[in-house]
Write a protein that binds this ligand. Sequence first.
Ligand SMILES: NC(=O)c1ccc[n+]([C@@H]2O[C@H](COP(=O)([O-])OP(=O)(O)OC[C@H]3O[C@@H](n4cnc5c(N)ncnc54)[C@H](OP(=O)(O)O)[C@@H]3O)[C@@H](O)[C@H]2O)c1
Length: 289
Amino acid sequence: MILVTGATGVFGKNAIAQLIQKGVQPSNISALIRNPEKADFFEEKGIQVKIGDYTDYDSLVLAFKGVDKLLFVSSSTIEDRDAQHLNVVNAAKAVGIHHIVYTSFIRNTEIENSAISFLQDSHLKTENWIKETGINYTFLQNALYMDLLPMFIGEKVLESGRIMLPAKLGKSNAVLREELAEAAAIVLTSKGHENKVYPLVNNKGVDYTEIATYISEISGKTIKYVSPSPEEYQETLKKHGVPSEYIQLFTAFSIAQANGELELTNNTLEKLLGRKPTTPKAFLEKIYS
Ligand SMILES: NC(=O)c1ccc[n+]([C@@H]2O[C@H](COP(=O)([O-])OP(=O)(O)OC[C@H]3O[C@@H](n4cnc5c(N)ncnc54)[C@H](OP(=O)(O)O)[C@@H]3O)[C@@H](O)[C@H]2O)c1
């Protein structure tokens, strides 16, 4: 039995679809959901639904009974993520799960020097907790989701003709979320992935100058990239009424990109997928043409 946590999320749903596509019987898949109202989507497909919340250890122990492999999708909340993740790891240990596949994040910088240390710290802690259980693990150190590019670039890019982010000429090897979910399903359905750490990144990193050039070519409109100081960037966003949590998040990821934290050379993803991951240009063509 494979149990997928975060099953109602985009990654979890894609991972389940890929498991079924790879021949896993729906009756051998469990979906962990916290809201029973979302059960129909899975039950209609013959997938077992388990109700559980990362904040509720007992619910996880109950949900994990009889599970052999766990696809542990990291929590979408940042505040109490450590406590939530510790519950998941402890529950997996308590019921004797054999293999945990955990969605971590690419890490090429010491936590204390990271612009996204709030995130990296939690992933590193979770990886260490999993290792300490002695359960077989595979850490999927996922790249930034390429799907988030339009959010970083801004909805009005074609009108403004400008991408403004304090990312300098830092590159990102971002990957489509569905391809990362496909890689997770491959790891869960093939052999030899025990106790491995897989950085899952695109083959080529791109910076925002290249992104601006791609969008210009695709849309026929001239798009320029400007990289202000983080302070100037934050002031501009504040003036436009962007909520402060978004300002902080965009700034942190942009600085991380400027510092090279989102750039990595590694072809594990290509090897797992058996093809080259979708390029940013191909992705942007679908959005801006
Ligand atoms: N690599 C990247 O660039 C990147 C970017 C963003 C996020 N992430 C990470 O990747 C994860 C998966 O991405 P996604 O796009 O699928 O996110 P998503 O669509 O927001 O899905 C998050 C999933 O986690 C579930 N969840 C949240 N809190 C929970 C809790 N306390 N107990 C049980 N389940 C809980 C949600 O359940 P509900 O449906 O009930 O809310 C949902 O199923 C995210 O959670 C985040 O940790 C990575």
